[in-house]
Design a protein around this ligand. Structure first.
Ligand code: TYD
Ligand code: MG
Length: 456
């Protein structure tokens, strides 16, 4: 016999409590508990579900070969996943509404002619999907569409057609009838995800769940889901830009350092294979406040334009505003300039922008940030065939960064003539840099002397 009960869930971490709590004892967030009516199954049924297929095995019976992966047909997506979609894994593709999650998922489904894809949409009708597919300009006879929100119907369809990949758009619209609460509520989302996870593991079928996240992350679901799924991919980007960044925040089968870049076009998402090309403006010769940094995200090096504007503060409090860069790091670098190199920036407004709406946390961009700020401050442009890659320490010293050879090679490939790096490397840099001069500096002043032919 089924019975109903009321349970309180934490919207942030999914913790469960029999009564309302002001502060979640699990994650420490305030005011996140919401009430939900849950009707649980009779205990006997529960038992039967969890018993099948379980058998302990010895280590020797487990194969240790690499996980088998499915090529998703989209190179950037493969890379962020760690080399493709692992069979039997559940991937959550999260992002704000309108960012392009459905487009990415559909594009992938249509690019897999050899897989039997089941694309389940609870948000769009088949006709809407058809229109979208026409816009993207792809078609795939092996891909089946189902406009459905009921988990039971979904599983019965899966049982009939045996898909090799299931895409669900979105997990917040799914409903498990054995639970009384409404779709999108924490208990629904969690229960549906757990059942799909069990299906994925038992049948070795990869499942992609699309989930909406609002700006403040309050909507039920994805936060709770993160603990359940194997991989969490976030699709982000500024609505004002066309670029979309795909990054993973959790990955049981790969690194979370990788980054995929796409451009939203009239005909769907285009992979940006060479990010440097879009991140550097080739026509800004002679503009002050611009410096090019050679950075690395994951394993891929690319060059990016750092733009700064320094102006006299109109009011007593100077402003420091950074887009795509940590404003605390900017403040630290400004303090270094003030204290160690003697620049008076305390009364100046400083605005910093990383091109393309991309967010960078690589410390190797420090030198480019400092140079962009000073270039704007002096109103002296940096020559456009110079780039740089170095961390700046608290005493104004220029420090080495990881994978410098790769960064230099990328700069060379893009036609830069000079790169400024730290002098702190131990000799192994000498060979193989024809056609490109590598300038090694130890202090911020040396870099300035080289670039602007001045110490201050
Ligand atoms: P969508 O994939 O529906 O976003 P989500 O599923 O994350 O809510 O994409 C939404 C936006 O993308 C929408 O504003 C229209 C735009 N778009 C294009 O610019 N080109 C296209 O080919 C497609 C399909 C969508
Ligand atoms: Mg959508």
């Amino acid at each position: 016999m089924a019975k109903s009960k009321t349970v309180f869930f934490c919207r942030n971490c999914g913790a469960e409590a029999p009564k309302w709590l002001g502060k979640c004892p699990d994650c420490g967030e305030w005011n996140t508990y919401v009430e939900e009516v849950v009707r649980t199954k009779a205990p006997a049924e529960h038992h039967r579900d969890s018993e099948k297929n379980a058998r302990p095995v010895a280590l020797s019976e487990i194969s240790s070969s690499e996980e088998e992966r499915m090529d998703t047909g989209i190179g950037e997506l493969n890379r962020v996943l760690g080399g493709g979609l692992v069979y039997g894994s559940v991937v959550l593709l999260g992002g704000e509404p309108g960012i392009g999650k459905s487009t990415l998922a559909l594009q992938m489904a249509l690019k897999l002619p050899n897989e039997k894809v089941l694309y389940v949409s609870g948000e769009e009708s088949n006709r809407q999907i058809k229109i979208r597919a026409e816009r993207i300009g792809l078609s795939n006879e092996n891909c089946l569409f189902l406009s459905e929100t009921s988990l039971d119907v979904l599983f019965s369809q899966i049982g009939q057609i045996h898909p090799s990949l299931v895409i669900i758009d979105s997990v917040q619209t799914l409903q498990d009838e054995s639970i009384e609460s409404s779709p999108g509520s924490i208990s629904q989302v969690r229960e549906c995800a757990v059942k799909l996870l069990r299906f994925a593991k038992e049948s070795s079928t990869p499942v992609i769940l699309i989930g909406h996240i609002t700006k403040d992350g309050t909507l039920a679901g994805p936060k709770v889901l993160e603990h359940i799924v194997d991989t969490v991919l976030l699709f982000e980007g500024d609505h004002h830009y066309l670029y979309r960044i795909l990054r993973s925040t959790k990955n049981r089968f790969g690194t979370t350092a990788e980054l995929g870049i796409f451009e939203m076009q009239q005909s769907g998402l285009r992979e940006v294979i060479n990010p440097s090309e879009i991140l550097i403006n080739k026509n800004n010769d002679g503009l002050s406040g611009v410096a090019i940094g050679a950075t690395i995200d994951g394993v891929r090096p690319f060059l990016i334009e750092v733009q700064a504007l320094v102006s006299t503060a109109a009011y007593g409090m100077p402003q420091r505003i950074a887009t795509g860069y940590d404003v605390r790091r900017l403040n630290m670098l400004l303090a270094v300039l003030e204290k160690r190199a003697g620049f008076k920036l305390a009364t100046r407004d400083v605005f910093l922008n990383i091109a393309g709406g991309i967010r960078i946390s690589d410390p190797g961009l420090d030198l480019a940030v400092i140079i962009a700020v000073l270039s704007s401050n002096f109103d002296r442009p940096v020559k456009k065939d110079i780039c740089m890659s170095a961390e700046v320490g608290l005493s104004g010293e220029i420090r080495p960064v990881n994978r410098i050879e790769q960064r230099i090679r990328e700069a060379e490939k893009l036609g830069f003539k000079t790169i400024l790096i730290s002098s702190g490397y131990e000799n192994k840099l000498a060979e193989g840099k024809k056609g490109m001069s590598v300038i090694q500096v130890a202090k911020v002043e040396e870099a300035l002397k080289y670039l602007f032919n001045t110490a201050q």
